[in-house]
Design a binder for this molecule. Structure first.
Ligand code: HEM
Length: 407
């Protein structure tokens, strides 16, 4: 008797086979319905490319890859007319609070461009030419992340700034400069971070999570940062990037929260923070008062002391943070604004609030920001301009009605 016939000859064996058939049937039905669900995914969402990557790169929205929403055009944007946004991100004292200072922004607000684009674009091009990989670099393990950033910019910019950019089959065209960028050819014409740099006014940094949970700076185009060099920080962890620059109160006030924040960052939530400094020269790329950009070490406190107020410039940054959906890298954008103090001090409330903010810095922060070199001249001037505004009828009670942070 054949082996199967033998099995079927007993009632127990027959019911076991029957049970097996039922179980198989259930499995087939379940598989079919899963397949149907997969086919019914909303358009624009692909299945997760790397199952298990939730653990490796922090949480994302769900088991599907996030698709950055296409932004609407920036209202009435023009490379000639649109002025830089007037960020005035400083608060009254008496005590300066060292916090991460992050706020959530809409994904549509990721990159801000304005009529200074031509200058930023030219300065960046010159510095890429002169300084090369001291300023622009991608580690081999960050190549995919840099390409993903390039793809995100190539999708975002033509939708947000259609009078400046056009999406093409191979990449993106700059309608103002006449440049055409091919982002699909291999090898690319240049480092992907250099192409990214030419598309926006921001400096860009890409950080990747390592097996030990630390984020490392592994790709960047840092061309207009003024006082720090990519070549010093490349490959460092987030903590080392900050401690090597003696960022005041970093260990006790920022480090733990920042690392936690990085690990938990989600693809669909974009963040921004602002900061500010002063410099006594008008150089965007590298503040000449910091000394030689190629010196062995960058030393603060070398600027000429008590320069006339006409040489005082307010340098501020609008930074954003987001996680890229496919490679799960974190992108940090740094947009620098440089404004003469004499111009800003004409704005209502600004000299009074700025003077109060500068007086609220403790000793560590004052040293970090180089106050010794410009503080006396700056505060005298701001006090005088504040007094003029009050004498001319400025209503100090009304400030909260006409502005709110970071403006
Ligand atoms: C949660 C995110 C972050 C926070 C809260 C933060 C905070 C700070 C603070 C408070 C400073 C001192 C100057 C200022 O007021 O801005 C600083 C400096 C700096 N940060 Fe960050 N940061 C963040 C992310 C990053 C990332 C992703 C990079 C990657 C490149 C970075 C690079 C730097 C550098 C290079 C400096 C200057 C250090 C120096 O003076 O040498 N930061 N950061």
């Amino acid at each position: 008797m054949a082996y199967t016939d033998q099995l079927l000859s007993t009632p127990t064996a027959a019911s076991a086979v029957l049970f097996g058939i039922v179980v198989m049937g259930i499995c087939i039905v379940l598989r079919l319905s899963h397949g149907r669900r997969a086919m019914q995914q909303p358009p624009g969402r692909a299945p997760l490319a790397h199952p298990g990557s939730e653990k490796a790169g922090g949480p994302c929205v769900s088991q599907e890859i996030y698709k950055t929403p296409t932004p609407p055009p920036y209202p009435d944007w023009s490379v000639v007319e649109t002025k830089p946004l007037p960020y005035r991100a400083f608060r009254y004292g008496p005590k300066y609070q060292m916090t991460m200072g992050l706020r959530t922004i809409h994904p549509h607000q990721w990159i801000e461009l304005d009529n200074q684009f031509p200058k930023y674009h030219a300065d960046k091009a010159a510095r890429i030419e002169e300084r090369g990989d001291k300023c622009v670099k991608t580690a081999p393990e960050a190549f995919d992340a840099a390409i993903e950033l390039l793809e995100e910019l190539t999708d975002y910019l033509p939708a947000r700034y259609p009078s400046l950019y056009k999406r093409t089959h191979e990449g993106i065209d700059n309608l103002w400069s006449g440049e055409s960028f091919n982002i699909v050819e291999r090898p690319l014409k240049e480092d992907p971070m250099a192409i990214c740099a030419r598309l926006v006014q921001d400096d860009l940094a890409v950080l990747l999570e390592q097996p030990d949970g630390q984020y490392r700076l592994l790709a960047g185009s840092i061309l207009l940062a003024g006082f720090w060099r990519l070549s010093d920080k490349f490959g460092m962890t987030l903590s080392d990037v900050h401690t090597s620059g003696d960022v005041p109160h970093f260990r006790e006030k920022l480090e733990t929260g920042m690392n936690k924040f990085f690990r938990r960052m989600k693809c669909d939530t974009f963040h921004a923070r602002n900061n500010y400094f002063f410099q006594v020269d008008d150089c965007l790329g590298w503040s000449s008062s910091m000394g030689d950009e190629d010196a062995q070490e960058v030393v603060r406190g070398t600027a000429q002391k008590d320069k006339a107020i006409e040489h005082h410039w307010f340098r501020s940054e609008r930074q954003t943070l987001r996680r890229l959906p496919k490679t799960r890298a974190v992108v940090f954008t740094i947009r620098t604004y440089l404004v003469p103090v004499t111009e800003m001090a004409r704005e209502p409330y600004v000299p009074g609030r700025l003077a109060s903010a500068v007086r609220s810095w403790d000793e560590l922060l004052s040293n970090y920001k180089g106050k010794e070199e410009y503080g006396a001249v700056l505060l005298d001037y701001l006090d005088e301009k504040h007094k003029e505004q009050v004498d001319n009828g400025l209503d100090l009670e009304k400030e909260d009605e006409v502005r709110s942070y970071p403006w």
